[in-house]
Ligand binder design. Structure first.
Ligand code: HEM
Length: 277
């Protein structure tokens, strides 16, 4: 019975996949999107980028759900978080996922960066992907910083005060950025509104296209050190060595014999060795 049910499910799945592939070509596209050869050695370390992608997607999804209850004003922010934690259906779970996945995201993004650094993935032709990665890192740090104030409790409040104070000592731009973030002289309602706008609108809207560029460039160059890259490089090297070998051979021949080039009837050239004549 269970065996029949399983084979029926597989058949239906296959039918749907074939139907979809026939109508849209989506299955081939998905296969192409998901398949990326990685080096055999340390293959697990190459999952860190996908882990980062997974965590940031989770952040987007849980963040959207939190927005259904969160109120970004100084007199309601803390209460709305309290409501999410104690009254809202699955509120504690969703906020817990958002909180922990934010922490893991920072750790995993650091590990992903370390992996790309130690495997030398920042070298040509992947320099731009590294730069895009640095931008993503800064944006994610921005997300973490702005998110902390939103709960409007003592922890978040004072962490933001200290963070902004540190930032204010940056040369040249420090005072301007501080003033822009605070929206006044001290952390208050305007600061909360600005941090909210940055956290849920501006930073995510900037992160999304950068992730797109990051993944596009990854597809363009492939994973650094993947077998195909070496196969390609080695075959190019062999081809160059073969060509150099031929040239060397011809050069030696040229030195040994004298040649005469003659125009033939079709307009091409025929080469004769002088001593043949
Ligand atoms: C939101 C943040 C990020 C996401 C979602 C992300 C995602 C990914 C994914 C899925 C890959 C392919 C799988 C892998 O190699 O692990 C990748 C590769 C890469 N990432 Fe990231 N990444 C992020 C941040 C960063 C940062 C902070 C850096 C460095 C500053 C970086 C530099 C690179 C480089 C150079 C590659 C190419 C790796 C290679 O060819 O070996 N990424 N990224």
């Amino acid at each position: 019975m269970i065996g029949r049910l399983r084979s029926q499910t597989i058949e239906t799945g296959k039918f749907l996949a074939d139907w979809m592939e026939d109508r849209t070509g989506a299955v081939t596209q998905l296969e192409h999107f998901l398949y990326e050869p990685v080096p055999k050695r340390g293959a697990w370390l190459y999952t860190l980028g996908s882990a980062t992608l997974f965590l940031i997607t989770l952040q987007f999804l849980t963040g959207i759900l939190l927005l259904f209850y969160y109120v970004p004003t100084t007199d309601h922010a803390w209460n709305s978080v309290y409501y999410i934690m104690n009254e809202a259906y699955f509120g504690q779970l969703i906020r817990g996922i958002h909180y922990w996945s934010a922490n893991f995201l920072l750790a995993v993004i650091g590990l992903h960066m370390a992996r790309t650094f130690f495997t030398g993935s920042y070298k040509a032709p992947r320099e731009i992907n590294w730069i895009v990665g640095v931008v993503l890192l800064l944006l994610v740090i921005g997300l973490a910083f702005t998110g902390y104030l939103l709960r409007w409790d003592q922890d978040g409040f004072w962490a933001s005060v200290v963070g902004i104070k540190i930032g204010s000592y940056s040369p040249f731009i420090g005072p301007y950025v501080t003033h822009f973030l605070l929206g006044g002289d001290v952390v208050g309602p305007a600061t909360l509104a600005r941090f909210f706008a940055l956290h849920v609108w501006l930073l995510p809207a900037m992160i999304a296209p950068f992730i797109g560029i990051h993944l596009y460039l990854l597809r363009r160059h492939g994973e650094f050190g993947a077998e195909f890259e070496y196969t390609d490089r080695i075959s190019k090297l062999h081809e160059r060595q073969r060509e150099e070998g031929y040239r060397q051979h011809e050069f030696e021949d040229d030195e040994e014999y004298d040649y005469d080039d003659e125009l033939d009837e079709e307009g091409g050239t025929t080469r004769h060795r002088r001593d043949d004549e």
